[in-house]
Design a protein around this ligand. Structure first.
Ligand SMILES: [Zn+2]
Length: 373
């Protein structure tokens, strides 16, 4: 095990929940307070950052907090230490505690907030409620001497090119002849200076998501025997790595809406839920959006959900849902606390594979402001 700094931990986090997955305009994600350029032994994972959570981080000796809700959500006009927000930032800075926020990128990420909620509700056959991200697919064609093709194909595959669904190392190879005349000053792998050389070559074609283009090109240039490898890259019509907000899935078996409401209370550990719909109807197909999903009632309806589970439902949105025949279960916003254990476990596993010596502490501070009386 080796000691690490904050930057390495966050790099690993972003390999799972990258910033480009954020789907809210100007979502203030990333490092909010402090620095990542310091050794980190303990990380506190929390839904919210408030004064009690800051005290918890201090008591636990955590140098870094990973939070779902950004502690600085709107542009700051000042940092006054005579108000609670300013006092919180002051306390965190004085104790050298950095705060990193992963908001809508963590909602979208595979295994992120929405998947964790779907896990808690045992939803099966899951799909994305609303696609918010997809990558272009590129096709790379490279010409290489036949004898060197295996090494090149392997290098491309190792860099991640040629992955299609449950297959890896996919490529297509066709053969032909390459011609070139090396000029003075060249150091040709085959042939000699000043002579036109004909080499038996193959063309290797692979597809790759646009996001890994640089990595694949680097692998190509390293593995190719020529000084000036010939290759071309074209952008295809297809897209890949589709990801998005919310999930749609099926309960293991159908139940009455009334029983589903009770099931939600138990599984998501909340004392109460608000329901729109017919408590005696049977439900099985569930759409969900963690946090505030008011915007997605029509998407949930189009997805054919029997129930849409989301928090912070407004009175008028609930009336709209009722009017379009969409049933709602609102367990509140605080159910996003599922991310505390989920992120802590995921990060502990990722750090273990890297042999990073760092501990992830799950916040035990109850940040739900509402009491249910
Ligand atoms: Zn939220």
């Amino acid at each position: 095990m080796k000691s690490v700094n904050g930057q390495e931990i966050i790099q690993l986090f972003e390999s799972w929940s990258p910033k480009h997955l954020a789907c809210m305009e100007n979502d203030p994600i990333g490092l909010a307070i402090g620095t990542l350029n310091k050794p980190v032994n303990k990380v506190l994972v929390t839904l919210d950052v408030n004064d009690a959570v800051a005290d918890e981080a201090i008591a636990q000796g955590c140098e870094l907090i990973i939070a779902h809700h950004p502690p600085i959500f709107r542009r700051l006009a000042n940092i006054r230490t005579d108000n609670p927000a300013g006092q919180l930032y002051e306390k965190l800075i004085k104790h050298d505690i950095a705060v990193y926020a992963a908001h809508t990128n963590l909602d979208v990420a595979e295994g992120g907030v929405n998947d964790l909620l779907a896990d808690a509700l045992l939803l099966e056959n899951r799909s994305i409620l609303e696609e918010t991200y997809a990558e272009d697919v590129l096709k790379l064609s490279v010409f290489v001497p036949t004898a060197d093709a295996d090494v090149l194909r392997e290098a491309l595959a190792k860099a991640g090119a040629g992955r299609l669904g449950s297959y890896e190392a996919c490529s297509y190879t066709s053969s032909g002849e390459g011609r070139f005349r090396a000029l003075e000053g060249a150091n040709p792998h085959v042939g000699s200076i000043g002579e036109l050389h004909v080499e038996e070559e193959v063309k290797v074609e692979v597809v790759l998501p646009a996001s890994i283009k640089n990595r694949v090109l680097k692998a190509l240039l390293n593995a190719h025997p020529y000084e000036e490898p010939a290759y071309d890259i074209i952008r295809l019509e297809q897209q890949t790595n589709r990801m998005g907000l919310g999930r749609v899935g099926y309960l293991p078996k159908e139940m009455l809406l009334q029983d589903f409401a009770e099931f939600v209370k138990k599984q998501l550990d909340v004392p109460t839920v608000r329901v729109v719909g017919d408590l005696q109807s049977t439900v099985r197909k569930i759409a969900l959006v963690g946090g505030d999903g008011n915007k997605y009632i029509y998407t949930a309806k189009r997805a054919g959900a029997d129930v849409f589970l989301t928090g912070d439902m407004y009175f008028h949105t609930a009336q709209d849902a009722q009017a379009i025949g969409l049933q709602i279960v609102d367990p509140g916003h605080h159910v996003e606390k599922v991310m505390i254990a989920g992120v802590a476990k995921k990060m502990a596993t990722l750090c273990e594979t890297k042999k990073y010596r760092v501990e992830f502490v799950q916040s035990t501070i109850h940040t739900e402001p509402f009491l249910f009386v």
